[in-house]
Design a protein around this ligand. Structure first.
Ligand code: PAF
Length: 299
């Protein structure tokens, strides 16, 4: 596996690997990209392993993208763990790790932003104005630099996935977006680099996000379709307080909604395949999660 930090190194290496027929199993070699901000965990591992099974050349980008953090957000404390990330990438089958500097991605003269109207303004976009502009801008740049045929994204950031699919279709970027299932801890907590911010007590309570979604999913599977009733089922778990426990961390829900999985518009009556989305704060940590309402339990 090769680590490259500049665009010129990256292009030279990619040309060399393709010319040498590195790992090429087909007449038209397939390049895969898993864009990340580093601080990799087992969720990222499954994306990279899947990419390296599917593709001839597997690229992981590690870049903490300042443009997707708002003022007062966690850019400066965002976890960074390059050595561990490189080990994980190598053992998961990556061929190239592209870890550019901020200056390499956004030179002083940089002036272009991509905005996906509507989709990027709802839900997380409402509470984090400009967040998805930053995400789309960096992902489009990474696509243009790496020229992948396929790109792998986790379903935990469901809105991000939908926004990126729209951008790819609108700009004819020709990249197949491969959504990958959420990987969870035993408590149900979805793996996230931001989980390292949680105290042990907060981590226990954080599992209730998924447990709440599951309660709504169970109600859906047994025939409930009214979204207020589905949200009430989830909220029962989210607002649960253990009797006689002092200092139990509190889940502060930012939004909880059932949405159409393509438009992200809120539903009043749920349909099969809709998503229930949740964003909440536990202390200073913001967490998101979601579940498909399909009447079937996620594996
Ligand atoms: O999901 C993430 O880690 C980031 O939003 C992404 C897609 C790597 C863009 O910086």
């Amino acid at each position: 596996m090769e680590l490259v930090r500049t665009l010129s190194e990256f292009h030279a290496l990619k040309r060399e690997l393709v010319l040498l027929g590195h790992g090429v199993h087909s007449a038209r070699p397939v390049t895969g990209l898993t864009p990340t901000m580093g601080a990799l965990h087992s969720g990222h591992r499954t994306l990279i392993e899947r990419m390296s099974r599917d593709c001839d050349l597997s690229i992981v980008s590690l870049f903490v993208n300042p443009r997707q953090f708002g003022a007062g957000e966690d850019l400066s404390r965002y976890p960074r763990s390059l050595d561990a990330d490189l080990k994980l990438c190598a053992s998961a089958g990556a061929d190239i790790v592209f870890a550019p500097s901020v200056e390499e991605m956004y030179p002083e003269s940089y002036a272009t932003t991509i905005h996906v109207a509507g989709l990027a303004e709802r839900w997380c976009g409402a509470s984090r104005p400009g967040h998805f502009d930053g995400v789309c801008t960096v992902v489009a740049k990474l696509f243009l630099i790496c020229q992948p045929e396929r790109a792998y994204f986790g379903e935990k950031d469901f809105q991000q996935l939908v926004v990126i699919k729209r951008m790819v279709a609108d700009l004819d970027l020709g990249v197949e977006i491969v959504p990958c299932q959420i990987i969870r801890e035993l408590s149900g907590l979805a793996l996230s680099s931001r989980n390292t911010y949680l105290s042990p007590k907060e981590k226990v309570v954080a599992g209730r996000l998924y447990q709440g979604l599951m309660k709504a999913e169970t109600a859906f599977a047994s025939g409930t379709r009214g979204c207020e009733a589905l949200k009430a089922a989830a909220n029962e778990v989210l607002s649960y307080r253990q009797p006689n426990v002092v200092d139990e961390p509190l889940i502060e829900v930012e939004y909880l909604a059932v949405v159409d999985p393509e438009t992200l518009m809120e539903r009043s009556q749920a349909e099969n395949g809709d998503r229930m989305l949740v964003a909440a704060r536990l202390g200073s940590t913001r967490l998101i999660d979601n579940i498909a309402l399909a009447g079937a339990v996620e594996a």
